[in-house]
Design a protein around this ligand. Sequence first.
Ligand SMILES: Nc1nc2c(ncn2[C@@H]2O[C@H](COP(=O)(O)OP(=O)(O)O)[C@@H](O)[C@H]2O)c(=O)[nH]1
Ligand SMILES: [Mg+2]
Length: 289
Amino acid sequence: MSTPAEMGKSGVLKTHEATSTSGYGLPVYILGLAFLIITVYFAYELLYRRTKGVAAGGPTFIIAGPSGAGKTALFTLLRYGEKSTTLPSVEQNISTTFRLPNLPDTAKPFVLIDTPGHQKLRHGMFSALQIAQTARTIHGVLYVVDASAISRPERLREAAEYLYDILRITERVRGGTDVLVAANKSELFTAVPAKRLRTLLEVELDKIRESRAKSVDKVGAGGDKHDGDDGDEDDSAVVGGNLWLGRGGEKEGPFKFEDLETEVTVVDGSVDNDKIDGWLGWMEERAVN
Ligand SMILES: Nc1nc2c(ncn2[C@@H]2O[C@H](COP(=O)(O)OP(=O)(O)O)[C@@H](O)[C@H]2O)c(=O)[nH]1
Ligand SMILES: [Mg+2]
């Protein structure tokens, strides 16, 4: 119905465009190009260089964990000494001048990065971690977990899945990157203690390892078994392919944190109750290394 009208309209527009291009063609073109270049540059700066530069620029701690665990609350408490969480959780919150309270003022400031926990936004955390590992600026990952909700199977699963992905990265470097599982919200009566949380995570990580190995088996049509039997303890070379975490081979028993290069420590605390001394102590130990 409206086709002739539209056609007419576009016809007019075309003539107009044609006139304008012939009128001030080159300046408009240059202006447009300059605008495009500036936009692309800032997008690059914002999305890539910022994280890369920051994570590679100085000694770094990265805060990660599922949504709602208290990462931003912890970041705010560490950085500003406040408990209110007015900071956004959809992007990274970065401080390049973070100082640990018990270290002398002369000590170098740290880079502290709070990352979003939503599954679709985790890639930023993975790349920040990889960049900091490559630049050897990483001093540790604070993996914040809501210990009061972990007795719910789906929450435990989520916490273990994300941790599995992180450990797959920390295992790529010799000696691993230290991970602190910060069992937050421990003041709530439903909270599981650190020791129990450690066991729960180990059991869940074992299940994830099994199921991922199976799905790889199904996909990789050629091989009938996952390549974990020939002592492939840390084959970083096949990072994309081998999803096995920990000791190789199914016969070597269930998943254990001790089998990793990465040192995983579970410590409970509470951002709400200012009970973060255990976590600070862990950071201080890693700050000097
Ligand atoms: N009970 C309790 N709630 C907390 C604690 N730490 C954080 N929260 C709350 O948990 C919710 C999620 O916190 P937030 O920092 O946004 O989580 P994030 O998604 O991991 O960044 C907020 O309502 C916080 O006030 C804590 O130690 N105890
Ligand atoms: Mg957050």
